[in-house]
Design a protein around this ligand. Structure first.
Ligand code: ATP
Ligand code: MG
Length: 253
């Protein structure tokens, strides 16, 4: 009897999802990257229980057309790449068409979204990869994705999660970095109901640094010398901090 067989669709989906989503911070990374790609100027992330029970990401980006909503949750479905040639000039953070499919395979997802041209928004549910209701919703232009009960259907994955506080810290660190690298976007992070991060999104790196690191930086860290364009068309810009402000565990340099 043959020993090699094709996996059933559900098992294959769970394995594929495991490659993209390892822990709550992977969900936040994917959802915030989608929000950035959508052209959002404001992104809010809320979590409860380290993100294991509840992650909500809200953006004011372009939204998703009602007719595209179910497709967005299918594997290999993307608006960012059409053909092989596009792979050589990707200008977005996402392009695989994997993230939403992976997230909805291992959690309960609720989506609220509206595009500029639509009079009404859409509310859509999908859990464990199984589609639920789609209905009209009154909502602003943009997208809100609520992810509940991560790995509720994959107990083996659940066992590898660390304490809620550790998972929450991983999300906080990720958001600090995303906020610092996108000073043009106003980021807000609410952890267990408390505001932990807020940046103004005014395009200034120093404002973002202040939003992330707080009052110690009120004088502003010394900015790098004004960058000149190098021969390869690359340049480096940023801000440094005086040694007394370095924290244990911060990477050197
Ligand atoms: N917040 C959002 N605002 C607007 N459109 C979105 C948003 N999130 C997802 N989409 C749409 O859904 C599609 C599927 O999203 P998904 O994250 O699964 O794939 P992707 O971003 O194209 O690629 P990757 O898997 O590498 O992230 C996106 O291509 C985009 O068109
Ligand atoms: Mg994506």
């Amino acid at each position: 009897m043959a020993r090699i067989h094709l996996l059933d669709r559900q098992t294959a989906e769970l394995i594929a999802a495991g490659e993209v989503i390892e822990r709550p911070s992977s969900v936040v990374k994917e959802l915030v990257e989608n929000a950035i790609d959508s052209g959002a100027t404001a992104i809010t992330v809320e979590i409860q229980n380290g993100g294991v029970r509840f992650i909500r990401v809200t953006d004011n980006g372009c939204g998703i057309l009602r007719e595209d909503v179910p497709t967005a949750f299918l594997r290999h479905a993307t608006s960012k790449v059409r053909a092989q040639e596009d792979l050589y000039q990707i200008g977005t953070l996402g392009f695989r068409g994997e993230a939403l499919a992976s997230i909805c395979a291992v959690s309960r997802v609720e989506l609220l979204t509206r595009t500029k041209g639509e009079p009404l928004g859409s509310r859509y549910e999908i859990a464990g990869g199984v589609e639920g209701r789609m209905e009209d919703a009154g909502c602003p232009v943009g997208t809100t994705i609520l992810v509940r009960d991560l790995f509720y259907n994959v107990p083996a994955r659940m066992k590898f999660l660390k304490k809620d506080s550790t998972e929450g810290n991983a999300i906080a660190t990720l958001l600090d970095r995303l906020a610092l690298s996108h000073p043009e976007i106003a980021f807000k992070f609410l952890r267990e109901g408390q505001r932990k991060l807020q940046t103004p999104g005014d395009g200034s790196l120093l404002s973002a640094v202040h939003g992330v690191y707080g009052g110690d930086f009120s004088g502003g860290p010394p900015p790098f010398p004004q960058p000149g364009r190098g021969g390869a068309g690359l340049y480096l810009s940023g801000a440094g901090a005086a040694y007394p402000l370095c924290r244990a565990g911060d990477p050197p340099g």
